[in-house]
Design a binder for this molecule. Structure first.
Ligand SMILES: [Ca+2]
Ligand SMILES: [Ca+2]
Length: 277
C-alpha cells in the first residue's frame, strides 16, 4: 500500500466512524443511561441535568398561547419512571381494592386524583428506598423531548404506530383500526410499553394516558429559569402528554393541560420521579 492509498484508507475509516456516531449517537446514549428498579417493580431511568427550550415556537401547528418558549435549566439529574404507574403497581402498594373491574395489571392506573397520587407517594416514600414525587412540569417536558425540539420526540408528526391516541369509537377514531389490529383494548389505554420508547428509553410520554405533574397550572415566565416549580399557588394541577381519548395534537411535547386536583378521569394517570442521591 503506498502513501496515497494509506491516506485514502484512513480517510474512509474516519468517515465511517463519524457517520456511525451521527447515526447511532442518541441510541447509544439512551442505552448508556443508568436504570434502577425498586421493590414495587417500578423502573426508572437517570435523566441528566441540562438546559432545553420549554414550550413551542409560534409556527408549531396546533400550538396554544400558553406554550411560551423559554429556556429552562435543570441543575440536578433525576430518575423518571420509564412507564406510567400500572394498576398492578398501584394495587401492590395501596393494598386495597380501589377498582373493581381490572382488565390487565399492566394497564396504566387511571381514575386517580392528584391527591390520590400524593397518598401513593407518601406510602412509596415510607418504604425507605428513596425520595419519590411527581415530576415538575419542566422535568416532564424535558424527559418527553429527550433532546428533541420538534413537536413530538420523533419529529413534526406522530402516527398510530408510535403512540396510543385517537382510540375512541365515539369521537376520535383515527387509530381505532390500528389498535384493534394489534388486539389493544378499544376505548381505553394500552398496556404500558406497547409503543416504542423515546431516545432516553421512556415509554408513553406521548399519549396513552395524561400524566399528573407536581405544578399548579399558571403562565410561563418569558425569561430563562432554573429548576422551575410552577406558580406558587393555583386551583388546577398540570397534566401532560395527551391520551387514548383524543387526537395527536394534544400529545405534543409542549402541550399543556390541567385539572382540579380532586378530579378523576379514565384518561388520566401519572408516573413517578425518584430523586437522584
Ligand atoms: Ca402518557
Ligand atoms: Ca393546551
Amino acid at each position: 500500500m503506498n502513501m496515497v492509498q494509506k491516506r485514502h484508507l484512513i480517510w474512509i475509516i474516519m468517515c465511517v466512524v463519524a457517520f456511525s456516531f451521527a447515526v447511532m449517537g442518541p441510541k447509544a446514549a439512551a442505552s448508556q443511561l443508568k436504570t434502577i428498579q425498586n421493590s414495587m417493580g417500578m423502573t426508572f431511568v437517570l435523566v441528566p441535568a441540562g438546559t432545553f427550550l420549554m414550550g413551542s415556537p409560534e409556527d408549531e401547528p396546533f400550538r396554544n398561547k400558553d406554550e411560551v418558549l423559554h429556556k429552562v435549566t435543570l441543575t440536578k439529574p433525576f430518575y423518571i419512571q420509564t412507564t406510567e404507574v400500572t394498576e398492578a403497581q398501584w394495587n401492590a402498594l395501596m393494598g386495597r381494592k380501589w377498582f373493581s373491574r381490572r382488565r390487565s395489571g399492566n394497564l396504566p392506573v387511571v381514575k386517580i386524583s392528584w391527591y390520590d397520587c400524593m397518598e401513593f407517594l407518601e406510602k412509596l416514600n415510607r418504604l425507605g428506598e428513596g425520595r419519590y414525587r411527581l415530576p415538575t412540569e419542566a422535568e416532564w417536558e424535558y424527559a418527553c423531548r429527550a433532546g428533541s425540539q420538534a413537536a413530538y420526540t420523533w419529529g413534526k408528526t406522530i402516527d398510530c404506530t408510535q403512540a396510543m391516541f385517537a382510540n375512541n369509537s365515539s369521537d376520535s377514531r383515527d387509530c381505532l383500526d390500528y389498535a384493534t389490529k394489534r388486539d389493544l383494548p378499544m376505548d381505553g389505554p394500552a398496556p404500558v410499553k406497547s409503543y416504542p420508547p423515546n431516545d432516553w428509553g421512556i415509554f408513553d410520554m406521548h399519549g396513552n394516558v395524561w400524566e399528573w405533574c407536581l405544578d399548579w397550572y399558571g403562565a410561563y415566565p418569558s425569561d430563562s429559569v432554573t429548576d422551575p416549580k410552577g406558580t406558587p399557588s393555583g386551583s388546577q394541577k398540570v397534566r401532560r402528554g395527551g391520551s387514548w381519548f383524543k387526537g395527536a395534537s394534544l400529545c405534543r411535547s409542549a402541550n399543556r393541560n390541567f385539572g382540579h386536583p380532586a378530579s378523576r378521569y379514565a384518561t388520566l394517570g401519572f408516573r413517578v420521579v425518584r430523586e437522584a442521591e
